[in-house]
Design a protein around this ligand. Structure first.
Ligand SMILES: [Zn+2]
Length: 312
């Protein structure tokens, strides 16, 4: 998930350095992009060459910015979510905000947006998410985590038996406010998702950072926040983003836009739709259980694709 657009300008110069190579190629209308899981695409050379090969003399259509189906799996079983609380600085109130989200996002009109997505057999995603397990890691790999470290944190939780190996699972590494991710937390993204093989299973996992003291403005930790926990309230929207991408594009080859590599939640990042004001002055747009949240909209697959707060 990329940074908040309104405050992401600080990072724009850095992003340009990474995007420069793709940018020159992106100028041609036939370039195709695929997701990285981090909210921005990378050039899909195979699809681009296939498209521009023009072998039969027929010209293919330029890629659309709408999402299209690319043949990979989606998560069609009820989803089990697992939390790994990483670091020693998680407080009870912050954990409650994200635990309550995990316990109530399944079955909600908001998560129901994902049921418009389907696999190659036309089987749709279900509106079912269970917070099936949680564990802690007090910070065994330090406070500056590489992408490989984050995969190791998931792997350790599974191989040690603290969490089951579940191919219908999404494992979320929730880092505390003292921990950063060195591939670009706060400068390139606020969270990301990926998959890997652990214990013989295809394991879907995500990183969700706590921006409270590191980059509140870039990753949505507002003050006041709906539950008075800026880091966790900001992380809630990032968590929802990565969860819905993991479910509809778990292996980065199912639902995305070839135009820019964006997945469903990328299309609606930092858009809220209609908001209300809580008694403490915080903006919110969703209620899960009895708690209020400011959660980004998600992308609806329908005849007209668009960002919505709920479905139907
Ligand atoms: Zn994303």
């Amino acid at each position: 998930m990329e940074l908040s657009r309104k405050l992401g300008l600080l990072a724009a110069g850095l992003a340009c350095a990474f995007a420069a190579q793709a940018q020159t190629i992106k100028e041609t209308p036939n370039s195709h992009f695929k997701p990285t899981g981090k909210g921005f695409g990378e050039l899909d050379n195979v699809a681009t060459e296939a498209s521009s090969g023009n072998a039969g003399g027929a010209s293919r259509a330029a890629p659309s910015s709408n999402l299209s189906f690319h043949g990979g799996p989606v998560m069609v079983a009820p989803t089990n979510m697992y939390y790994i609380w990483y670091g020693s600085q998680w407080d009870t109130a912050s954990k409650n905000v994200l635990t309550n989200l995990g316990q109530h996002i399944g079955g909600s009109p908001y998560f129901n947006i994902n049921t418009t997505y389907y696999n190659a057999s036309n089987v749709h995603v279900q509106n079912s998410v269970t917070l099936a397990g949680t564990t802690t890691d007090s910070g065994t790999l330090g406070t500056r985590l590489t992408d490989a470290n984050i995969a190791s944190i998931v792997s350790s939780a599974i191989t040690s038996g603290r969490l089951p190996a579940d191919s219908n699972g999404v494992y979320v590494v929730l880092t505390d406010k003292a921990t950063t991710a060195t591939s670009g937390f706060c400068t390139q993204y606020c969270g990301w998702h990926d998959h890997t093989t652990i214990s013989g299973k295809d394991i879907k996992y995500a990183f969700v950072g706590n921006a409270e003291t590191q980059c509140a403005s870039a990753c949505g930790a507002t003050s006041p926040s709906p539950n008075g926990t800026p880091g966790a309230d900001g992380a809630a929207s990032v968590l929802a983003h990565e969860l819905e991408e993991a479910v509809t594009d778990p292996n980065l080859n199912a639902w995305y836009s070839s135009f820019d590599g964006k997945e469903n939640a990328d299309k609606c990042a930092w858009t809220w739709g209609t908001t209300s004001t809580a008694s403490n002055g915080a903006k919110y747009n969703q209620t899960f259980g009895t708690m209020k949240y400011l959660i980004q909209q998600n992308w609806l697959i329908a005849s007209t694709q668009k960002c919505v707060q709920k479905y139907p």
